[in-house]
Design a protein around this ligand. Sequence first.
Ligand SMILES: NC(=O)c1ccc[n+]([C@@H]2O[C@H](COP(=O)([O-])OP(=O)(O)OC[C@H]3O[C@@H](n4cnc5c(N)ncnc54)[C@H](O)[C@@H]3O)[C@@H](O)[C@H]2O)c1
Length: 479
Amino acid sequence: MAKWQPLGEIGQIAAKPSDSPFKMTTHREYDTIRRVDHLDEAREGMSRICIIGAGYVGLVTGVCFADLGHNVICLDVDEAKIENLKRGIPPIYEPGLEEMLNRNLQAGRLRFTTSYPEALADAEFAFIAVGTPSGVDGEADLRYVRAVVEAIADTVDHPICIVNKSTVPVGTGDWVADVIRKRRAGRDLEFAVVSNPEFLREGSAINDFMNPDRIVLGSLDREAANQVAQLYLSLRCPIMITDLRTAEMIKYASNAFLATRISFINEIANICEELGADVQEVAAGMGYDKRIGRAFLDAGLGWGGSCFPKDVKALAHMAVLHGTHPQLLQAVMDINRNQRRRVVMRLRKELGTLNDRTIGILGLSFKPNTDDLREAPALEVIHLLQVEGAIIRAYDPAAMKEAARILHNVTLCETPYQVAEGADALVLCTEWNEFKSLDFERIKRAMRTPLIMDGRNLWDPKRLRALGFTYLGVGRGTG
Ligand SMILES: NC(=O)c1ccc[n+]([C@@H]2O[C@H](COP(=O)([O-])OP(=O)(O)OC[C@H]3O[C@@H](n4cnc5c(N)ncnc54)[C@H](O)[C@@H]3O)[C@@H](O)[C@H]2O)c1
Protein backbone atom coordinates (compact mmCIF):
# COMPACT_ATOMS: atom_id res chain seq x y z
CA MET A 1 0.00 0.00 0.00
CA ALA A 2 1.53 3.32 -1.03
CA LYS A 3 2.06 5.96 1.63
CA TRP A 4 -0.51 8.72 1.52
CA GLN A 5 0.58 11.95 -0.10
CA PRO A 6 -1.41 14.81 1.45
CA LEU A 7 -3.34 16.97 -0.97
CA GLY A 8 -4.82 19.75 1.12
CA GLU A 9 -6.20 21.03 4.37
CA ILE A 10 -9.06 19.67 6.44
CA GLY A 11 -12.67 20.62 5.93
CA GLN A 12 -12.35 22.53 2.70
CA ILE A 13 -14.44 20.33 0.47
CA ALA A 14 -16.95 23.11 0.26
CA ALA A 15 -14.45 25.57 -1.18
CA LYS A 16 -15.00 26.98 -4.68
CA PRO A 17 -12.86 25.36 -7.41
CA SER A 18 -10.63 28.41 -7.65
CA ASP A 19 -9.55 28.18 -4.03
CA SER A 20 -9.80 24.42 -3.71
CA PRO A 21 -6.77 22.99 -1.96
CA PHE A 22 -7.16 19.73 -3.82
CA LYS A 23 -5.20 19.40 -7.01
CA MET A 24 -7.51 17.64 -9.42
CA THR A 25 -4.56 17.05 -11.73
CA THR A 26 -3.19 14.45 -9.32
CA HIS A 27 -6.14 12.26 -10.19
CA ARG A 28 -5.39 12.43 -13.87
CA GLU A 29 -1.76 11.51 -13.35
CA TYR A 30 -2.87 8.08 -12.27
CA ASP A 31 -3.67 5.60 -14.96
CA THR A 32 -6.49 4.12 -12.94
CA ILE A 33 -9.56 4.38 -15.11
CA ARG A 34 -10.22 0.91 -16.35
CA ARG A 35 -12.65 -1.92 -16.10
CA VAL A 36 -11.61 -5.09 -14.35
CA ASP A 37 -13.31 -8.35 -15.19
CA HIS A 38 -10.76 -10.45 -13.38
CA LEU A 39 -7.51 -9.78 -11.57
CA ASP A 40 -4.43 -11.77 -12.50
CA GLU A 41 -3.23 -12.23 -8.96
CA ALA A 42 -6.19 -13.47 -7.00
CA ARG A 43 -5.63 -13.10 -3.28
CA GLU A 44 -5.54 -16.33 -1.31
CA GLY A 45 -7.85 -16.96 1.62
CA MET A 46 -10.10 -14.68 3.55
CA SER A 47 -9.53 -11.06 4.43
CA ARG A 48 -10.03 -9.35 7.79
CA ILE A 49 -12.72 -6.75 7.32
CA CYS A 50 -14.10 -4.24 9.80
CA ILE A 51 -17.42 -2.59 8.95
CA ILE A 52 -18.17 0.63 10.84
CA GLY A 53 -21.89 1.41 11.09
CA ALA A 54 -24.23 -1.58 11.21
CA GLY A 55 -27.26 0.00 9.54
CA TYR A 56 -28.88 -1.03 6.24
CA VAL A 57 -25.67 -0.78 4.24
CA GLY A 58 -23.12 -1.77 6.88
CA LEU A 59 -25.00 -4.76 8.20
CA VAL A 60 -25.85 -6.13 4.77
CA THR A 61 -22.25 -5.59 3.62
CA GLY A 62 -20.86 -7.29 6.73
CA VAL A 63 -23.19 -10.26 6.56
CA CYS A 64 -22.59 -10.75 2.83
CA PHE A 65 -18.79 -10.46 3.08
CA ALA A 66 -18.90 -13.05 5.87
CA ASP A 67 -21.01 -15.26 3.64
CA LEU A 68 -18.35 -14.94 0.94
CA GLY A 69 -15.89 -16.41 3.45
CA HIS A 70 -14.23 -13.28 4.84
CA ASN A 71 -13.59 -12.69 8.51
CA VAL A 72 -15.85 -9.77 9.44
CA ILE A 73 -16.39 -7.66 12.52
CA CYS A 74 -19.13 -5.01 12.53
CA LEU A 75 -18.96 -2.02 14.84
CA ASP A 76 -21.76 0.33 15.81
CA VAL A 77 -22.15 2.95 18.52
CA ASP A 78 -25.70 1.74 19.21
CA GLU A 79 -25.23 -0.74 22.06
CA ALA A 80 -28.77 -2.16 21.95
CA LYS A 81 -28.40 -2.83 18.22
CA ILE A 82 -25.09 -4.63 18.73
CA GLU A 83 -26.43 -6.71 21.63
CA ASN A 84 -29.34 -7.89 19.47
CA LEU A 85 -27.06 -8.59 16.52
CA LYS A 86 -24.81 -10.75 18.69
CA ARG A 87 -27.94 -12.81 19.40
CA GLY A 88 -28.83 -12.99 15.71
CA ILE A 89 -31.63 -10.40 15.80
CA PRO A 90 -31.39 -7.86 12.95
CA PRO A 91 -32.57 -4.30 13.66
CA ILE A 92 -34.20 -4.00 10.23
CA TYR A 93 -36.61 -5.94 8.08
CA GLU A 94 -34.75 -7.16 5.00
CA PRO A 95 -35.64 -10.40 3.18
CA GLY A 96 -33.04 -13.14 3.78
CA LEU A 97 -30.96 -11.12 6.24
CA GLU A 98 -31.83 -12.88 9.50
CA GLU A 99 -31.05 -16.34 8.15
CA MET A 100 -27.72 -15.26 6.64
CA LEU A 101 -26.81 -13.36 9.81
CA ASN A 102 -27.35 -16.41 12.01
CA ARG A 103 -25.58 -18.77 9.63
CA ASN A 104 -22.43 -16.65 9.63
CA LEU A 105 -22.55 -15.96 13.38
CA GLN A 106 -22.60 -19.72 13.94
CA ALA A 107 -19.78 -20.27 11.47
CA GLY A 108 -17.67 -17.80 13.49
CA ARG A 109 -16.97 -15.58 10.49
CA LEU A 110 -19.07 -12.67 11.77
CA ARG A 111 -18.73 -10.74 15.03
CA PHE A 112 -20.21 -7.56 16.47
CA THR A 113 -18.78 -4.99 18.83
CA THR A 114 -19.06 -1.42 20.08
CA SER A 115 -15.30 -1.21 20.72
CA TYR A 116 -13.07 0.47 18.15
CA PRO A 117 -9.85 -1.16 19.46
CA GLU A 118 -11.46 -4.60 19.22
CA ALA A 119 -12.95 -3.92 15.77
CA LEU A 120 -9.77 -2.51 14.27
CA ALA A 121 -7.20 -4.69 16.09
CA ASP A 122 -6.07 -6.61 13.01
CA ALA A 123 -8.36 -5.25 10.31
CA GLU A 124 -6.89 -4.98 6.82
CA PHE A 125 -9.93 -3.08 5.56
CA ALA A 126 -12.10 -0.57 7.46
CA PHE A 127 -15.37 0.04 5.62
CA ILE A 128 -17.19 3.24 6.60
CA ALA A 129 -20.97 2.77 6.35
CA VAL A 130 -22.40 5.41 8.66
CA GLY A 131 -25.22 7.76 7.75
CA THR A 132 -24.72 10.99 5.79
CA PRO A 133 -28.04 12.78 6.38
CA SER A 134 -29.04 16.14 4.95
CA GLY A 135 -27.66 19.19 6.72
CA VAL A 136 -29.62 22.44 7.09
CA ASP A 137 -28.87 23.66 3.56
CA GLY A 138 -29.26 20.28 1.89
CA GLU A 139 -25.55 19.49 2.10
CA ALA A 140 -24.46 16.02 3.24
CA ASP A 141 -23.73 16.13 6.95
CA LEU A 142 -20.34 14.46 7.44
CA ARG A 143 -20.23 14.51 11.23
CA TYR A 144 -20.59 10.72 11.56
CA VAL A 145 -17.97 10.09 8.89
CA ARG A 146 -15.60 12.47 10.66
CA ALA A 147 -16.16 10.72 14.01
CA VAL A 148 -15.30 7.37 12.40
CA VAL A 149 -12.22 8.68 10.61
CA GLU A 150 -10.92 10.29 13.81
CA ALA A 151 -11.52 7.05 15.70
CA ILE A 152 -9.54 5.15 13.06
CA ALA A 153 -6.71 7.67 13.30
CA ASP A 154 -6.67 7.35 17.09
CA THR A 155 -6.86 3.56 17.16
CA VAL A 156 -4.90 2.04 14.31
CA ASP A 157 -1.14 1.53 14.18
CA HIS A 158 -0.83 -0.95 11.32
CA PRO A 159 -1.28 -0.51 7.56
CA ILE A 160 -4.96 -0.18 6.75
CA CYS A 161 -7.17 0.44 3.76
CA ILE A 162 -10.08 2.77 4.53
CA VAL A 163 -13.00 2.07 2.23
CA ASN A 164 -15.83 4.56 2.08
CA LYS A 165 -19.24 3.06 1.40
CA SER A 166 -21.24 5.96 2.77
CA THR A 167 -22.56 8.32 0.10
CA VAL A 168 -20.35 11.36 0.50
CA PRO A 169 -19.77 14.63 -1.38
CA VAL A 170 -17.19 14.67 -4.14
CA GLY A 171 -13.83 15.40 -2.51
CA THR A 172 -14.56 13.58 0.75
CA GLY A 173 -12.01 10.84 0.07
CA ASP A 174 -9.29 13.51 -0.05
CA TRP A 175 -10.69 15.12 3.09
CA VAL A 176 -10.68 11.78 4.94
CA ALA A 177 -6.96 11.46 4.24
CA ASP A 178 -6.39 14.99 5.49
CA VAL A 179 -8.36 14.39 8.69
CA ILE A 180 -6.19 11.38 9.42
CA ARG A 181 -2.95 13.15 8.63
CA LYS A 182 -3.85 16.08 10.87
CA ARG A 183 -5.09 13.84 13.67
CA ARG A 184 -1.95 11.72 13.65
CA ALA A 185 0.15 14.89 13.90
CA GLY A 186 3.40 13.35 12.76
CA ARG A 187 2.82 9.78 13.94
CA ASP A 188 3.19 7.82 10.72
CA LEU A 189 0.33 5.65 9.51
CA GLU A 190 0.44 3.65 6.33
CA PHE A 191 -3.02 3.90 4.87
CA ALA A 192 -4.99 4.36 1.68
CA VAL A 193 -8.47 5.69 1.00
CA VAL A 194 -10.76 3.93 -1.47
CA SER A 195 -14.24 5.05 -2.44
CA ASN A 196 -16.63 2.14 -2.94
CA PRO A 197 -20.13 3.59 -3.33
CA GLU A 198 -23.01 1.29 -2.54
CA PHE A 199 -25.90 0.70 -4.96
CA LEU A 200 -27.99 -1.85 -3.05
CA ARG A 201 -31.72 -1.29 -2.72
CA GLU A 202 -33.58 -1.81 0.52
CA GLY A 203 -36.01 -4.69 0.13
CA SER A 204 -33.63 -6.64 -2.12
CA ALA A 205 -30.36 -5.69 -0.46
CA ILE A 206 -28.87 -9.18 -0.06
CA ASN A 207 -29.61 -10.08 -3.65
CA ASP A 208 -28.26 -6.73 -4.86
CA PHE A 209 -25.03 -7.20 -2.92
CA MET A 210 -24.51 -10.72 -4.19
CA ASN A 211 -25.49 -9.92 -7.80
CA PRO A 212 -24.36 -6.36 -8.43
CA ASP A 213 -24.51 -4.75 -11.87
CA ARG A 214 -21.03 -3.40 -11.14
CA ILE A 215 -18.61 -2.57 -8.37
CA VAL A 216 -17.20 0.95 -8.51
CA LEU A 217 -13.88 1.67 -6.82
CA GLY A 218 -12.06 4.98 -6.73
CA SER A 219 -8.64 5.69 -5.33
CA LEU A 220 -5.42 7.55 -5.87
CA ASP A 221 -3.72 4.34 -4.77
CA ARG A 222 -4.12 1.78 -7.49
CA GLU A 223 -2.78 -1.07 -5.40
CA ALA A 224 -5.29 -0.34 -2.63
CA ALA A 225 -8.16 -0.30 -5.15
CA ASN A 226 -6.91 -3.64 -6.51
CA GLN A 227 -6.97 -5.11 -3.02
CA VAL A 228 -10.56 -4.00 -2.46
CA ALA A 229 -11.46 -5.43 -5.88
CA GLN A 230 -10.17 -8.80 -4.67
CA LEU A 231 -12.83 -8.86 -1.95
CA TYR A 232 -15.51 -8.85 -4.64
CA LEU A 233 -13.88 -11.17 -7.17
CA SER A 234 -16.06 -14.15 -6.40
CA LEU A 235 -19.17 -12.14 -7.38
CA ARG A 236 -17.97 -12.26 -10.99
CA CYS A 237 -19.28 -8.84 -11.91
CA PRO A 238 -17.64 -5.92 -13.74
CA ILE A 239 -15.37 -3.94 -11.42
CA MET A 240 -14.63 -0.40 -12.47
CA ILE A 241 -11.59 1.30 -10.98
CA THR A 242 -11.36 5.04 -11.31
CA ASP A 243 -10.17 8.02 -9.29
CA LEU A 244 -11.69 9.01 -5.95
CA ARG A 245 -13.77 11.96 -7.05
CA THR A 246 -15.15 10.20 -10.10
CA ALA A 247 -16.26 7.23 -7.98
CA GLU A 248 -17.97 9.57 -5.52
CA MET A 249 -19.73 11.35 -8.39
CA ILE A 250 -20.88 8.08 -10.00
CA LYS A 251 -23.02 7.41 -6.93
CA TYR A 252 -24.68 10.85 -6.92
CA ALA A 253 -25.18 10.88 -10.68
CA SER A 254 -26.77 7.41 -10.58
CA ASN A 255 -29.26 8.30 -7.85
CA ALA A 256 -30.07 11.66 -9.43
CA PHE A 257 -30.69 9.98 -12.78
CA LEU A 258 -33.06 7.39 -11.30
CA ALA A 259 -34.94 10.12 -9.41
CA THR A 260 -35.12 12.09 -12.66
CA ARG A 261 -36.73 9.16 -14.49
CA ILE A 262 -39.40 8.89 -11.81
CA SER A 263 -40.09 12.62 -11.81
CA PHE A 264 -40.19 12.58 -15.60
CA ILE A 265 -42.86 9.90 -15.74
CA ASN A 266 -44.80 11.66 -12.99
CA GLU A 267 -44.84 14.82 -15.04
CA ILE A 268 -46.02 12.81 -18.04
CA ALA A 269 -48.66 11.19 -15.78
CA ASN A 270 -50.04 14.56 -14.75
CA ILE A 271 -50.32 15.56 -18.41
CA CYS A 272 -51.94 12.18 -19.21
CA GLU A 273 -54.51 12.82 -16.50
CA GLU A 274 -55.59 16.05 -18.20
CA LEU A 275 -55.49 14.68 -21.74
CA GLY A 276 -57.12 11.29 -21.17
CA ALA A 277 -54.10 9.07 -21.87
CA ASP A 278 -52.95 6.17 -19.69
CA VAL A 279 -49.42 6.61 -18.33
CA GLN A 280 -49.03 2.88 -17.65
CA GLU A 281 -49.43 2.17 -21.34
CA VAL A 282 -47.27 5.15 -22.23
CA ALA A 283 -44.45 3.82 -20.02
CA ALA A 284 -44.82 0.34 -21.51
CA GLY A 285 -44.71 1.76 -25.04
CA MET A 286 -41.64 3.86 -24.22
CA GLY A 287 -39.96 0.98 -22.41
CA TYR A 288 -39.83 -1.27 -25.46
CA ASP A 289 -37.33 1.18 -26.89
CA LYS A 290 -33.91 -0.22 -25.96
CA ARG A 291 -32.54 3.27 -25.58
CA ILE A 292 -35.13 3.99 -22.90
CA GLY A 293 -36.02 0.75 -21.07
CA ARG A 294 -38.93 0.25 -18.70
CA ALA A 295 -37.24 0.52 -15.26
CA PHE A 296 -38.03 3.50 -13.02
CA LEU A 297 -40.93 4.62 -15.19
CA ASP A 298 -43.71 3.91 -12.71
CA ALA A 299 -45.89 6.93 -12.05
CA GLY A 300 -47.04 7.38 -8.48
CA LEU A 301 -46.50 9.40 -5.34
CA GLY A 302 -42.86 9.98 -6.18
CA TRP A 303 -39.57 8.88 -4.73
CA GLY A 304 -38.62 8.82 -1.07
CA GLY A 305 -36.44 6.79 1.24
CA SER A 306 -33.11 7.32 2.90
CA CYS A 307 -31.15 8.01 -0.29
CA PHE A 308 -32.79 9.75 -3.25
CA PRO A 309 -34.10 12.81 -1.38
CA LYS A 310 -30.88 13.57 0.47
CA ASP A 311 -28.61 12.64 -2.43
CA VAL A 312 -30.39 14.78 -5.03
CA LYS A 313 -30.41 17.65 -2.55
CA ALA A 314 -26.73 17.17 -1.77
CA LEU A 315 -25.78 17.07 -5.46
CA ALA A 316 -27.75 20.27 -6.11
CA HIS A 317 -26.03 21.84 -3.11
CA MET A 318 -22.58 20.86 -4.42
CA ALA A 319 -23.47 22.32 -7.80
CA VAL A 320 -24.64 25.67 -6.39
CA LEU A 321 -21.62 25.88 -4.14
CA HIS A 322 -19.37 25.48 -7.13
CA GLY A 323 -21.14 28.09 -9.20
CA THR A 324 -23.37 26.00 -11.46
CA HIS A 325 -27.17 26.18 -11.61
CA PRO A 326 -28.69 22.69 -11.22
CA GLN A 327 -32.00 23.52 -12.94
CA LEU A 328 -32.89 19.95 -13.82
CA LEU A 329 -32.27 18.70 -10.28
CA GLN A 330 -34.44 21.51 -8.87
CA ALA A 331 -37.28 20.58 -11.23
CA VAL A 332 -36.91 16.90 -10.31
CA MET A 333 -37.33 17.79 -6.62
CA ASP A 334 -40.25 20.19 -7.29
CA ILE A 335 -42.17 17.58 -9.28
CA ASN A 336 -41.64 15.06 -6.50
CA ARG A 337 -43.03 17.37 -3.80
CA ASN A 338 -45.96 18.16 -6.04
CA GLN A 339 -46.99 14.51 -6.41
CA ARG A 340 -47.88 14.35 -2.72
CA ARG A 341 -49.80 17.62 -2.86
CA ARG A 342 -51.81 16.44 -5.88
CA VAL A 343 -53.15 13.48 -3.90
CA VAL A 344 -54.50 15.75 -1.21
CA MET A 345 -55.90 18.18 -3.76
CA ARG A 346 -57.72 15.40 -5.62
CA LEU A 347 -59.19 13.95 -2.43
CA ARG A 348 -60.38 17.39 -1.35
CA LYS A 349 -62.03 17.87 -4.74
CA GLU A 350 -63.87 14.53 -4.45
CA LEU A 351 -64.93 14.92 -0.82
CA GLY A 352 -65.63 18.67 -0.80
CA THR A 353 -63.54 19.10 2.35
CA LEU A 354 -61.01 17.02 4.21
CA ASN A 355 -61.94 18.42 7.60
CA ASP A 356 -63.22 15.57 9.81
CA ARG A 357 -63.07 13.13 6.90
CA THR A 358 -61.56 9.74 7.72
CA ILE A 359 -58.78 8.75 5.35
CA GLY A 360 -57.27 5.25 5.38
CA ILE A 361 -53.62 4.87 4.39
CA LEU A 362 -52.41 1.53 3.01
CA GLY A 363 -48.62 1.23 3.17
CA LEU A 364 -46.28 3.49 5.12
CA SER A 365 -42.74 2.36 4.25
CA PHE A 366 -41.12 4.28 1.41
CA LYS A 367 -41.27 1.15 -0.75
CA PRO A 368 -42.31 -2.50 -0.37
CA ASN A 369 -40.21 -5.10 1.46
CA THR A 370 -38.65 -2.67 3.89
CA ASP A 371 -39.69 -1.17 7.21
CA ASP A 372 -37.79 2.04 6.46
CA LEU A 373 -39.96 5.12 6.89
CA ARG A 374 -37.30 7.70 6.11
CA GLU A 375 -38.78 10.33 3.75
CA ALA A 376 -41.63 7.96 2.91
CA PRO A 377 -44.25 9.62 0.67
CA ALA A 378 -46.97 8.26 3.02
CA LEU A 379 -45.67 10.40 5.86
CA GLU A 380 -45.90 13.58 3.82
CA VAL A 381 -49.38 12.68 2.56
CA ILE A 382 -50.50 12.02 6.15
CA HIS A 383 -49.05 15.32 7.29
CA LEU A 384 -50.78 17.28 4.50
CA LEU A 385 -54.10 15.53 5.22
CA GLN A 386 -53.82 16.23 8.94
CA VAL A 387 -53.14 19.90 8.26
CA GLU A 388 -56.56 19.98 6.54
CA GLY A 389 -58.24 18.33 9.53
CA ALA A 390 -58.49 14.74 8.25
CA ILE A 391 -58.65 11.78 10.63
CA ILE A 392 -56.07 9.14 9.69
CA ARG A 393 -56.13 5.35 9.98
CA ALA A 394 -53.14 3.41 8.64
CA TYR A 395 -51.59 -0.01 8.16
CA ASP A 396 -48.26 -1.32 6.88
CA PRO A 397 -47.12 -4.96 6.71
CA ALA A 398 -43.66 -4.26 8.21
CA ALA A 399 -43.30 -0.71 9.50
CA MET A 400 -45.86 -0.55 12.32
CA LYS A 401 -43.31 -0.49 15.14
CA GLU A 402 -41.47 2.51 13.76
CA ALA A 403 -44.78 4.11 12.71
CA ALA A 404 -46.03 3.91 16.33
CA ARG A 405 -42.87 5.74 17.39
CA ILE A 406 -43.00 8.62 14.92
CA LEU A 407 -46.65 9.13 13.90
CA HIS A 408 -48.99 11.21 16.04
CA ASN A 409 -52.78 11.17 16.03
CA VAL A 410 -52.92 8.24 13.64
CA THR A 411 -54.97 5.13 14.41
CA LEU A 412 -52.70 2.21 13.57
CA CYS A 413 -54.66 -0.83 12.40
CA GLU A 414 -53.84 -4.50 12.18
CA THR A 415 -55.25 -5.20 8.70
CA PRO A 416 -56.22 -3.29 5.55
CA TYR A 417 -59.87 -4.12 6.35
CA GLN A 418 -59.61 -2.38 9.71
CA VAL A 419 -58.20 0.66 7.93
CA ALA A 420 -61.27 0.73 5.68
CA GLU A 421 -63.73 0.82 8.60
CA GLY A 422 -65.72 4.06 8.36
CA ALA A 423 -63.22 5.58 5.88
CA ASP A 424 -64.26 8.27 3.41
CA ALA A 425 -61.32 7.38 1.20
CA LEU A 426 -58.49 4.86 1.01
CA VAL A 427 -55.07 5.95 -0.25
CA LEU A 428 -52.56 3.33 -1.41
CA CYS A 429 -49.09 4.71 -0.65
CA THR A 430 -46.87 1.59 -0.87
CA GLU A 431 -47.39 -1.25 -3.34
CA TRP A 432 -46.82 -4.20 -0.99
CA ASN A 433 -47.71 -7.59 -2.54
CA GLU A 434 -50.20 -8.09 0.27
CA PHE A 435 -52.33 -5.27 -1.16
CA LYS A 436 -52.49 -6.70 -4.67
CA SER A 437 -55.44 -9.03 -4.11
CA LEU A 438 -57.63 -7.50 -1.43
CA ASP A 439 -61.27 -8.45 -0.92
CA PHE A 440 -62.65 -5.21 -2.32
CA GLU A 441 -66.26 -6.13 -1.68
CA ARG A 442 -65.44 -6.41 2.02
CA ILE A 443 -63.55 -3.14 1.83
CA LYS A 444 -66.46 -1.39 0.18
CA ARG A 445 -68.87 -2.63 2.85
CA ALA A 446 -66.55 -1.27 5.55
CA MET A 447 -66.08 2.19 4.02
CA ARG A 448 -68.37 5.17 4.47
CA THR A 449 -67.61 6.49 0.98
CA PRO A 450 -66.21 4.07 -1.65
CA LEU A 451 -63.39 6.32 -2.83
CA ILE A 452 -59.98 4.89 -3.68
CA MET A 453 -56.84 6.85 -4.50
CA ASP A 454 -54.42 4.31 -5.97
CA GLY A 455 -51.15 6.18 -5.47
CA ARG A 456 -49.12 3.37 -7.06
CA ASN A 457 -51.39 2.31 -9.94
CA LEU A 458 -51.56 -1.15 -8.39
CA TRP A 459 -55.20 -2.00 -9.03
CA ASP A 460 -57.39 -2.45 -12.08
CA PRO A 461 -59.53 0.69 -12.46
CA LYS A 462 -62.20 -1.12 -14.49
CA ARG A 463 -62.69 -3.78 -11.84
CA LEU A 464 -62.90 -1.31 -8.98
CA ARG A 465 -65.29 0.95 -10.86
CA ALA A 466 -67.44 -2.09 -11.68
CA LEU A 467 -67.60 -2.81 -7.94
CA GLY A 468 -68.93 0.70 -7.38
CA PHE A 469 -65.76 2.51 -6.25
CA THR A 470 -64.76 5.95 -7.36
CA TYR A 471 -61.22 5.11 -8.53
CA LEU A 472 -58.45 7.70 -8.84
CA GLY A 473 -55.10 6.55 -10.22
CA VAL A 474 -51.99 8.48 -11.19
CA GLY A 475 -52.04 9.48 -14.84
CA ARG A 476 -54.67 6.94 -15.85
CA GLY A 477 -56.84 9.08 -18.08
CA THR A 478 -59.63 11.36 -17.02
CA GLY A 479 -62.01 8.58 -16.02
N1 LIG B 1 -29.99 2.58 2.88
C1 LIG B 1 -29.70 2.40 1.60
O1 LIG B 1 -30.48 1.81 0.84
C2 LIG B 1 -28.42 2.91 1.04
C3 LIG B 1 -28.03 2.50 -0.25
C4 LIG B 1 -26.82 2.97 -0.78
C5 LIG B 1 -26.04 3.85 -0.03
N2 LIG B 1 -26.46 4.25 1.22
C6 LIG B 1 -25.59 5.16 1.97
O2 LIG B 1 -24.92 4.39 2.97
C7 LIG B 1 -24.75 5.18 4.15
C8 LIG B 1 -25.37 4.46 5.34
O3 LIG B 1 -26.77 4.39 5.12
P1 LIG B 1 -27.71 3.45 5.99
O4 LIG B 1 -29.06 3.53 5.39
O5 LIG B 1 -27.06 2.14 6.16
O6 LIG B 1 -27.68 4.24 7.39
P2 LIG B 1 -28.28 3.76 8.78
O7 LIG B 1 -28.74 5.00 9.46
O8 LIG B 1 -29.22 2.63 8.60
O9 LIG B 1 -27.01 3.19 9.56
C9 LIG B 1 -25.95 3.97 10.01
C10 LIG B 1 -25.38 3.29 11.25
O10 LIG B 1 -24.18 3.97 11.62
C11 LIG B 1 -24.11 3.98 13.03
N3 LIG B 1 -23.15 5.00 13.47
C12 LIG B 1 -23.30 6.34 13.51
N4 LIG B 1 -22.18 6.92 13.96
C13 LIG B 1 -21.28 5.94 14.18
C14 LIG B 1 -19.93 5.90 14.63
N5 LIG B 1 -19.27 7.02 14.93
N6 LIG B 1 -19.30 4.70 14.75
C15 LIG B 1 -19.97 3.56 14.44
N7 LIG B 1 -21.25 3.53 14.01
C16 LIG B 1 -21.89 4.70 13.88
C17 LIG B 1 -25.54 4.23 13.47
O11 LIG B 1 -25.76 3.87 14.82
C18 LIG B 1 -26.31 3.37 12.45
O12 LIG B 1 -26.52 2.06 12.97
C19 LIG B 1 -25.36 6.54 3.84
O13 LIG B 1 -24.36 7.42 3.39
C20 LIG B 1 -26.33 6.24 2.72
O14 LIG B 1 -26.56 7.34 1.89
C21 LIG B 1 -27.61 3.79 1.76
